[in-house]
Write a protein that binds this ligand. Sequence first.
Ligand SMILES: Cc1cc2nc3c(=O)[nH]c(=O)nc-3n(C[C@H](O)[C@H](O)[C@H](O)COP(=O)(O)OP(=O)(O)OC[C@H]3O[C@@H](n4cnc5c(N)ncnc54)[C@H](O)[C@@H]3O)c2cc1C
Length: 471
Amino acid sequence: MLDVLVIGGGNAALCAALVAAEAGAKVMLLESSAREERGGNSIHTRNIRCMHDEPQDVLTEAYPEDEYFEDLLRVTKGITNEALARMVIRQSSNCRSWMRHHGVRFQPSLGGTLHLSRTNAFFLGGGKALVNAYYRSAERLGIQIRYQSPVVGLECKGKRIVAALIGEPGAADRDDVSADWPVRERIEAKSIVIASGGFESNIPWLTEAWGEAAANFRIRGCRFNRGRVLRQLIDAGAQAIGDPTQCHAVAIDARAPLYDGGIVTRVDCVSLGIVVNTAGERFYDEGEDFWPKRYAIWGRLVAKQAGQLAWSVIDSQAHGRFMPPVFPGEEAQSLPELARKMNVPVEPFMKTVENYNAAVVPGHFDHAVLDDCHTQGLTPAKTHWALRLEKPPYRAYPLRPGITFTYLGVKVDEDAKVLGFDNVYAAGEIMAGNVLGQGYVAGIGMTIGTIFGRIAGEQAASHASRDHASS
Ligand SMILES: Cc1cc2nc3c(=O)[nH]c(=O)nc-3n(C[C@H](O)[C@H](O)[C@H](O)COP(=O)(O)OP(=O)(O)OC[C@H]3O[C@@H](n4cnc5c(N)ncnc54)[C@H](O)[C@@H]3O)c2cc1C
């Protein structure tokens, strides 16, 4: 019999599988996708957030444990398990040598990603290179990797999961998580690690929280995280954690594909111009705070607009000041011409721009600080970086909500063990809610997945060897 069965094929699953195999366990990994699409949302990542008390290879200065924890407290507003969070933070200081050992390479932070050189280590070649390195290492260690093997059921005996049930490859695209699905194969193992992500790819499930608006959402990551195993685990008695109605969503280009648009579809010029809905009206302060601190609220803001569509409008003063998105904007020499290209009614749009331009109080524009360029007497205000829209060519980018991940998961302890079970461990997005109850701090998804993945692998292997000794 297998010692450790790992469900999922992204960062957390791979970390668990590698550590379990290093401990001498016989390991199999089940990935929903075909080989060419393996790696889940982890292939879209760029960096991992790590604590350090002094400069370390690609990381500058220091990022001590308490500062990291304070950052987490601020975004989660205290919805975190301090013991688990501090454990993750501490272990993030030394995980990179293990990652390097398995072929991951790092590079200094990319230009245009504000303030991250101190806190985040960037993967050379991005998450795709990281995932490929881990798969190569897994093959070398003799881990059995099964692609197109979506788990559709978990077989429980008391407090143990004794087997996972694999469905047909097409089950990977099914959304009806509570229905019975055909089973192709049953695989037994002494310990199970579950690292199958959240349910962000499941639009009908998202509809339960967001209503019909969810039909207009785009999924920034893979199409495989439908939440089938998460649902099975909760139905089998695991304690849920994280708000099922919440998700992390940013404003992405409306022309992005339904799945896998990744980082290049994010539109980063919002704070440099104005954003209007399809009626040509502004609806929120575009300059409220630095963009890295605000981009995650714009998915939700756009979700509330009619048709879940909005436009980010800039003039030539903004060109070259932001990371260009993958799709070119609509361009025009005049604002009415731009409105026609956006299919937004010209008159209300022109009124919005005129009111905005009239309200701008000239100041000293500086995108690197919270500058004094703001509006006066305008609702909603634009509190920083407000410049009149007056220098053609004008550009507009269509925006839709792009979901990064959901928060619902299962409760675990410091051994990554799923509460209520004897032989079940969880890692990555499926348990991230223990640490990240809400909000987001860039790079922590990979920190949680890496640290809990390694713990889950170690504990699952050790459980299997105890099981072996007692049988
Ligand atoms: C565009 C984008 C950019 C991001 N950038 C960053 C970043 O730079 N840094 C950072 O820390 N985080 C980032 N994140 C978040 C990050 O992707 C996640 O936190 C992280 O990848 C989660 O890892 P995971 O292993 O839990 O899940 P995933 O990598 O999503 O893996 C889940 C795996 O489970 C498989 N699976 C699902 N259901 C089943 C099933 N029923 N049976 C078998 N297998 C199944 C999937 O195919 C997949 O392989 C980003 C996310 C996106 C979408």
